[in-house]
Design a protein around this ligand. Sequence first.
Ligand SMILES: C[S@@+](CC[C@H](N)C(=O)[O-])C[C@H]1O[C@@H](n2cnc3c(N)ncnc32)[C@H](O)[C@@H]1O
Ligand code: SF4
Length: 398
Amino acid sequence: MARTNVELLPPHPLRPGYDRDVDPGSITDQFQKRLEPANFNAAHFTELAHRIETELAQQHPSSQELRYQLAFVLLQNNADLTSVKRAETLLADTTLPGGRRLLELISGIKTRATRPADDRVVRRVNWSINNRCPMSCQGCYNPFVQGQITESQAKTIIDKLADHGTTDLVIAGGDPLLWPPIFDVIDHATTAGLRIALDTTGYTLDAPKLDRLASLASLRLPMDGTTAQVQRAFRRSADRDLPARFRESLHLCDDAGFHRVRVHTVASKANITDLGAIADTVLSHACVRQWVVFQWWGRRAPQALTRSLFIDADAIREALDRVRLRHPDKEIIFAETTEREFLNWMIQSNGAVVTFGSGPQEEFIIGNLLTDTVADITRHPILDFEAMQRGVPVTPGH
Ligand SMILES: C[S@@+](CC[C@H](N)C(=O)[O-])C[C@H]1O[C@@H](n2cnc3c(N)ncnc32)[C@H](O)[C@@H]1O
Ligand code: SF4
């Protein structure tokens, strides 16, 4: 059943829970809001760094807080080894937990800088290609940055990736099926020789669209609860029965004989007791080749939400062990947050490229494919090419 009257939620409906005691417009306020869609870009970060730099030099040269803020902003904004060193110097005497965490990241960067630089090929690329989305998830980590590349820019980026040696492309969003050029862009990438996975809510999937997606290496669809109530605790929509919608997508793939589906479940406190039932539902579909369970990640979430949803990796592992006993032949993968540190080289809807640490607000701008070459961006010192190898391949079973 095609859903044409999809209710589109405004971009990023869930704002992080900011500290309201902070003076509006102050440096601390700008710092806490730096990942907002309008702010998460190189120009804004450069301006913010300049403002903190001035305050530090003129008013508070020994302020630990300002030094921490400046170090973080420097690392997040196209850092080179000089700015990494500067961040380290700023944090030399830090006693702030956040400052010590940044020093850990810097130590990792320095170790990686000593490794040979001969194989800096980004084989797998993730691409948050558009921002429109029919849902609003609790703690969604899509940045919803401002700016949307055109179809022709998307094709140029694909050519750059193919020339560089990229082989696998994961296209997500928002919901990429809500971006009209998506089918032509996928065709272009397929012709360029890339293996493609499409990560969609499936909300607007129908048989003709599935037919147009025949070249995909895999289609990724969600299911986070077997009941509307459990589902709603993470993934929300105007639709009152999302589990039924998700099952319709899976039936569609079963009926079309499209057996390259990978189902994504985000595991949180809200659905841990439902994981077994989700597994039984998902794995009963012939189309499903792989079930991937992501640990809920509060990268952009307010602390209160993290307290109510975050669940320990061990609890998820135990639940999955029980599922594996019932489904020994199925491919079941657990994506633990700490193991996802610097795993992704992700293009955003405006062409900017980012990578992620595993802590809160650890998102790092490393370039922009509208202006930089892929090779320029691979030189970014924060990248961890060993971690990037560990990503799950685009084609299930490989
Ligand atoms: C950003 S989404 C893109 C595709 C599409 N919008 C969707 O959600 O199905 C990619 C995957 O990340 C998951 N995800 C989003 N926010 C998350 C969070 N805070 N923790 C863990 N996984 C999350 C989604 O459920 C989805 O499976
Ligand atoms: S469906 Fe995906 S992009 Fe949309 S809010 Fe949920 S996790 Fe975010």
